[in-house]
Design a protein around this ligand. Structure first.
Ligand SMILES: Nc1nc2c(c(=O)[nH]1)N[C@H]1C(S)=C(S)[C@@H](COP(=O)(O)OP(=O)(O)OC[C@H]3O[C@@H](n4cnc5c(=O)[nH]c(N)nc54)[C@H](O)[C@@H]3O)O[C@H]1N2
Ligand SMILES: Nc1nc2c(c(=O)[nH]1)N[C@H]1C(S)=C(S)[C@@H](COP(=O)(O)OP(=O)(O)OC[C@H]3O[C@@H](n4cnc5c(=O)[nH]c(N)nc54)[C@H](O)[C@@H]3O)O[C@H]1N2
Ligand code: SF4
Ligand SMILES: [Mo]
Length: 720
């Protein structure tokens, strides 16, 4: 009998969402690893997850052993098939394709698409590679699909975008939480524990057109569920603020001392009587008033235990996402919440490194440290760290959706490098995205598995995943965490830092591209010094010692103690030039799709507990795939009855973009005028065949959440 494998315990964090639950991996020794021994996963005590994990976290070790794991580069041959290739051959082909495009069309012919799941080190290296080696403005990432509106709203109001400007555990002390468009109970289950205080006080208010698992947490006197017409949250927030002001519940002293713009905002909500709000949103006027009172009673100026306003993708993935976030912030400011201990406003970041991913320079308009690429001082600082002339850095590029629209067009990018995004499943109007990718001269995809996007590529480069690499992630509360290597990667796989370094060497680079994550982090920290997201005082050594370091954490001189990091922002002042929060008046216009006689229903899209995003990872975990095997469309029994659809029957859902076919699930969770589809699957049932690529004018974020559709039994032709 072979000797049992020695198991080494490695403390790390979950590969998936921004909660970054702490895990202990049981990693078998090298010999057992090589023969495919499983990696065990256990929850580890940590302030965000308190030892808990969701079902995805528990099964995350399975992805490390995916049978179709990419272990060699793939290159498309003359017959059009992807076949295994050596690293030199694959990298040479990528470099030659880039050079050919650039010689013919200039540096703007090459684009980079990054991801919010990449470590800080990889995101930083990718942005630097795009600017210094490719010299292209065309770099953006999937955070544009996720956090862009929350970021734009927070920067405008507070001068700083850190999803939660306070530790998540602070929520526990509050007696009211307004949760807009977030289904935490499925998307971050361990976080639900932090709502216990609000629920016990009857103060949890969930705004969601569906009676989601999170909305159900308001039952039994725990709070209120408001179910607006999809896409009308902005009107609801204007009504809530109207009610707060009309009933004299605002924190006037705070408004006078800590904000600007209150007078404009007051005028702008004057006409949003709860009754008018009801007419637009369908939320009863009495519920609007009740929610306003409940929040106000919990606010610090009323002597309450504290209140929070939190937004999620349900309100942000909208053509008025930035305005909606702004309205949520205005409400929070009127109640005197932000920058107060035990109260606040926050946006719940989604991807594992959704926060860090937007700070280190893979966003079209940014340089590391959350610096603006069009700011001369920022350019000079970062160029200095990179050892290049500031003028050599390109200017701002365009947001993700626009970048994709330009791919393969005569004046747009001819080559696209994708790192950490399964675009053809997760981008809006995905069939059109497929067409754009097919029109490229060269599509290069770096991934760990043959995702649907990788299958379209000309060259696929296999990279290490999560437990096979070192790095850092920044969680939803702005805390920098160590991701640790627990086991060696399969032979034939390289780290993304090695891939970027090898391409830089082939293409010629004026500066170094280190491949040791610790070294990259040191450089990133220097590049971020003095920026909004200052990591210069964070080191691997401090993280390894278990220090809780939330940025900003600037470096200190040798004779001064280390900066302790900043768990709570804005306690003294906001990050604006005058230190006050800016209130900005906004108004409601509604989503870009309108109900019509031929498209009489709303479609909203989102997530289920068992699958993560495009499903590239979780569809490869048998237990998760068995629990949620296929695309479906959720509808109310009345609607199903009217459409002649029974549970389990195939429904055809048609929008102005295309048609999807998915299994009907009849449930009273849905509003009778609204159907819901998760977006985790490719193919015929893919929700993003239906979504619009209309974007928010400020943030560039697409309107994933609301489309108008027709639904009928599949195969019944034009007339139902
Ligand atoms: N299981 C699971 N967990 C995840 C992820 C995953 O893919 N799967 N992804 C992670 C990532 S990247 C993200 S961004 C987060 C997202 O986390 P959430 O924001 O919680 O997730 P969603 O399901 O996209 O949307 C939340 C809710 O918005 C509602 N909604 C739809 N339209 C509207 C509307 O017009 N108004 C309002 N008020 N609500 C609306 C939907 O009904 C849904 O219940 O989750 C993270 N965690
Ligand atoms: N209809 C609809 N569409 C949506 C949304 C919605 O609510 N509704 N939500 C949007 C949101 S919030 C998000 S965040 C996006 C997410 O959508 P995607 O960006 O497609 O997310 P993932 O499925 O996580 O894709 C990540 C890919 O990177 C691979 N990967 C994992 N780790 C690494 C790594 O370290 N390096 C590299 N190179 N690859 C890696 C994975 O295998 C996977 O193929 O979807 C958006 N699309
Ligand atoms: S909630 Fe998020 S971080 Fe925690 S185990 Fe689940 S997927 Fe992982
Ligand atoms: Mo996301």
């Amino acid at each position: 009998m072979p000797a049992p494998a020695q198991v080494r315990e490695v403390a790390t964090h979950c590969p998936y969402c921004a909660l970054q639950c702490a895990q202990t991996l049981g990693a078998p020794d090298e010999a057992a690893t090589a023969s495919g021994a499983p990696v065990s996963v256990a929850g580890r005590d940590f302030p965000t997850n308190r030892g808990g994990l969701c079902r995805k976290g528990w099964t995350s070790g399975v992805v490390l052993r995916a049978p179709d794991r990419l272990v060699a580069p793939l290159a498309r041959d003359a017959a059009g098939d992807l076949r295994a290739a050596g690293w030199d051959e694959a990298l040479d082909r990528v470099a030659a394709g880039i050079r050919a495009a650039q010689e013919r069309y200039g540096p703007e012919s090459v684009a980079v698409f990054g991801g919010g799941g990449l470590t800080n080190e990889k995101a930083y290296a990718l942005g630097k590679f795009a600017r210094v080696v490719l010299r292209t403005p065309y770099v953006d990432y999937n955070g544009r699909f996720c956090m862009a509106s929350a970021a734009a709203g927070a920067i405008r109001a507070f001068g700083v975008d850190r999803g939660l400007p306070f530790p998540l555990a602070d929520l526990g002390g509050a007696c009211a939480v307004l949760l807009l468009g977030s289904n935490l109970a499925e998307t971050m289950p361990p976080a639900v524990a932090h709502l216990a205080g609000a629920r016990a006080a009857g103060g949890l208010v969930v705004v969601d057109p569906r009676r989601s698992a999170t909305a159900a947490l308001t039952e039994d006197g725990a709070g209120l569920h408001l179910a607006p017409v999809p896409g009308t949250d902005l009107a609801l927030l204007l009504g809530l603020l109207h009610a707060v002001l009309a009933e004299g519940l605002a924190d006037e002293a705070y408004l006078a001392q800590r904000t600007t713009g209150a007078a404009d905002v007051r005028r702008s909500v004057a006409a949003w009587w709860p009754e008018r709000t009801e007419a637009v949103t369908g939320v009863p006027a009495d519920d609007v008033r009740a929610a306003a009172r409940l929040l106000a009673r919990a606010a610090p100026h009323a002597g309450g235990a504290g209140a929070y306003v939190l937004t999620g993708r349900g309100v942000e993935q909208s053509t008025q996402g930035t305005a909606t976030v702004t309205a949520a912030i205005n409400l929070a400011l009127a109640l005197g919440l932000p920058g107060r201990r035990g109260s606040g406003y926050g946006a719940i970041t989604g991807q594992g490194n959704g926060q860090g991913g937007r700070e280190h320079g893979q966003k079209a308009d940014q340089l590391p440290g959350y610096r603006k690429i069009d700011d001369p001082a920022a350019r000079a600082h970062v160029a200095g760290v990179w050892g290049v002339a500031p003028d050599a850095l390109p200017g701002p590029g365009v947001p993700a959706v626009e970048l994709l629209r330009r791919c393969g067009t005569p004046d747009g990018p001819r080559v696209l490098l994708v790192h950490g995004c399964n675009l053809v499943v997760s981008a809006p109007d995905a069939q059109r995205v497929r067409e754009r990718l097919a029109a490229l001269d060269l599509l290069v995809v770096c991934d760990v598995v043959p995702s649907e996007t990788a299958r379209m590529a000309d060259v696929v480069l296999p990279v290490t995943q999560w437990a096979e690499e070192e790095g850092t992630m920044t969680s939803l509360e702005g805390r920098v965490l160590r991701r640790r290597r627990a086991l060696p990667p399969p032979e034939g796989v390289r780290t993304e830092l090695e891939v970027i370094g090898a391409l830089a060497a082939r293409l010629g680079t004026p500066t170094g591209f280190p491949t040791d994550p610790r070294e990259v982090f040191g450089e990133l920290a220097r590049a971020s010094a003095g920026g909004v997201a200052d990591y210069s005082g964070v080191t691997y050594a401090r993280l390894e010692a278990g220090e809780a370091l939330h940025w900003p954490c600037p470096a200190t001189p040798d004779d001064v103690p280390d900066h302790p990091g900043t768990p709570r922002l804005f306690l003294d002042r906001f990050g604006t030039p005058d230190g006050r929060a800016r209130m900005v008046a906004v108004d409601h216009a509604g989503p870009s799709d309108r109900l019509t006689g031929t498209r009489p229903l709303y479609l909203v899209t989102g997530r289920v507990l068992e699958h993560y995003q495009s499903g590239a990872q979780t569809r490869r975990v048998p237990a998760l795939a068995a629990a949620q095997p296929e695309p479906y469309v959720e509808m109310h029994p009345w609607l199903a009855d009217r459409l002649g659809l029974a549970d389990g029957e195939l429904a055809e859902v048609a929008s102005a973009r295309g048609t999807a076919v998915a299994v009907t699930r009849v449930t009273p969770m849905a509003r009778p005028d609204t159907v819901f589809m998760p977006f985790h699957w490719p193919g015929e049932g893919s929700a993003n065949r239906l979504t619009t690529d209309a974007t928010d004018p400020v943030s560039g974020m697409p309107e994933f959440k609301v489309a108008t559709v027709d639904v009928r039994a599949a195969g019944t032709g034009q007339e139902p």
